[in-house]
Design a protein around this ligand. Sequence first.
Ligand SMILES: O=P(O)(O)OC[C@H]1O[C@H](OP(=O)(O)OP(=O)(O)O)[C@H](O)[C@@H]1O
Ligand SMILES: Nc1nc2[nH]cnc2c(=O)[nH]1
Length: 193
Amino acid sequence: MLEKLKKSLKEAPVIQKECDGQTYNYFIHPISDGIPETDPAILEEIADFIIKDGKTGGIDKIVTVEAMGIPIATALSLKTGIPVSIIRKRAYGLDGEIELSQSTGYSKGSLFINGLDKGDRILIVDDVISTGGTLLPLLEKLGEAGIDIAGVYCVIGRGSGAEFVKEKTGVDVTVLVDIDVSADGVSVIGGVK
Ligand SMILES: O=P(O)(O)OC[C@H]1O[C@H](OP(=O)(O)OP(=O)(O)O)[C@H](O)[C@@H]1O
Ligand SMILES: Nc1nc2[nH]cnc2c(=O)[nH]1
């Protein structure tokens, strides 16, 4: 299962990014960076897995975070007919816009939620979870806004972000493939069976 994704991850190069005086080993992969190019068969593998997992019924919107959640959410949308709403990195100033602070192992910034209504039942998809510094504040803001989370999928997991988010929010994060990243490269260490 997810064999194309796993095989390609083992070939992912790793670069070093500096943030707050710390070095972060950042892997580069088509699903998380769009580089060198994305094989549609991998996107299809991911979308098919999520659909088969059975949480797309009764969903109002698939929600993702700019930028690299977008191809995954779009593939899923094309297969299910469920619309996509994107959490953006820029403000629009629309009524009801919600801002949240995002931090990753290599960056800090703001995200802006628009287009979601109280009572919406959503499925969240994203490319990577690492520290959980994106997903945790997002889930907190969505909870405050009365949005119903039917499921959360992160295609690639590294570190303990998924466990951290579960501990803080009670929300289960399904990670499709777990990896370990060092300066020498990426190894696949687990994931859904
Ligand atoms: O668990 P975390 O440590 O928060 O890392 C995960 C986040 O990192 C990436 O976001 P990034 O802001 O780099 O976005 P992009 O490359 O998709 O634009 C990814 O798309 C996740 O949203
Ligand atoms: N491409 C990429 N995205 C990430 N998001 C969080 N960590 C990483 C990483 O190491 N590589």
